[in-house]
Design a protein. Structure first.
Ligand code: ZN
Length: 311
């Protein structure tokens, strides 16, 4: 039997649980994934520190009393914010992150405030001997369940995706965007300052070519199985293009005015069903769509292309 989309906290296959961590008190926005195989365990991303208590309760409920590995797909707060709490609670857990952190580029290190530098420094200072740095093709084993690493830059440069080869279930993190499965709602994960549109497109293509994928487990949000797997990659490509085109068009039309670009995105694509309805300029939706707008404006260098000053 094919279950097209899984959107509720539940066991999704023999070895994996999906947990809706109710990030920022919203449902169906952020899923965390727990794996267990013959007593070996792993967690894919953590949510923010605010969700750590409910995650710890959930682990207890499903009978997970230790974690061997905590994977960080990338250094954004909704994926790594809970690492501190979880690594204290599970002192034997190893933290699995991209090799990219070992050699952060000079221009990254020179930034005043950088998610990647901050996470790198935290790992080195606090978890020194507990960090495993991984690259393309590396395998982390939960007994006979092999977790294979894919480097998936674009959303961020150090992003990794994880493939459970036993269940052929892929954890793409944010590398192919946010797709609220079953609601018909999708967004490209095109946020500044790290978004690179060229590598993002390459990553989506690369992951779509993994053979015999049975499911894709999205952080934002849900699990696609069977024929829906390829649909997710197709949607990912389509929304990437649709958002890009809308940002470029409205950038020209409104002379780079950010609020007008955001309003154009909101008019055209709406918001996901569970997002709080709040149209104030400082609301979450404005920050999200403003982020995507600036992500595309920077990546495509629209400022110099259209000789418009961004207001
Ligand atoms: Zn992210």
């Amino acid at each position: 039997m094919i279950i097209p989309f899984i959107r509720k906290t539940c066991k999704i296959n023999e070895n994996t649980w999906m947990f809706d961590c109710l990030i920022y008190n919203m449902k169906e926005q952020m899923a965390l994934f727990v794996l267990e195989n013959n007593g070996k365990t792993a967690l894919i991303d953590t949510g923010t520190s605010s969700e750590a208590d409910s995650l710890l309760n959930y682990l207890q409920n499903i009978g997970i009393d230790h974690l061997d590995y905590i994977f960080s797909t990338h250094g954004h707060v909704d994926h790594i914010g809970g690492v501190k709490r979880l690594s204290l609670r599970f002192p034997d857990a190893k933290i699995v992150v991209s090799k990219f952190y070992q050699n952060l580029p000079e221009k990254e290190l020179a930034k005043k405030k950088s998610d990647l530098v901050e996470y790198h420094e935290y790992l080195v200072k606090n978890l020194k001997n507990r960090v495993i740095y991984v690259g393309e093709g590396d395998i982390i084993s939960l007994d006979d369940l092999k977790l294979e690493i894919y480097t998936t830059p674009g959303h961020t440069p150090e992003h990794i995706a994880v493939l459970d080869r036993k269940n052929m279930n892929l954890f793409p993190g944010d590398s192919i965007g946010g797709h609220h499965l079953g609601s018909g709602f999708s967004r490209p994960a095109a946020y500044p300052p790290y978004f690179n549109h060229k590598s993002y497109s390459k990553t989506v293509k690369k992951l779509s070519q993994i053979e015999n994928l049975k499911s894709v487990s999205l952080a934002h949000f849900g699990v696609a199985t069977g024929p829906q797997v390829q649909e997710v990659f197709k949607i990912s490509e389509d929304v990437f293009k649709a958002y890009k085109d809308t940002v470029v068009e409205s950038y020209q039309k409104y002379n780079g005015d950010l609020n007008s670009i955001i309003t154009a995105l909101l008019d055209k694509f709406g918001r996901s069903p569970n997002e709080i309805k709040d149209n104030r300029p400082d609301s979450l939706i404005f920050r999200i769509l403003g982020g995507i707008s600036i992500g595309f404006i920077n990546a495509l260098d629209l400022k110099s292309k259209f000789k418009v000053d961004l207001k």
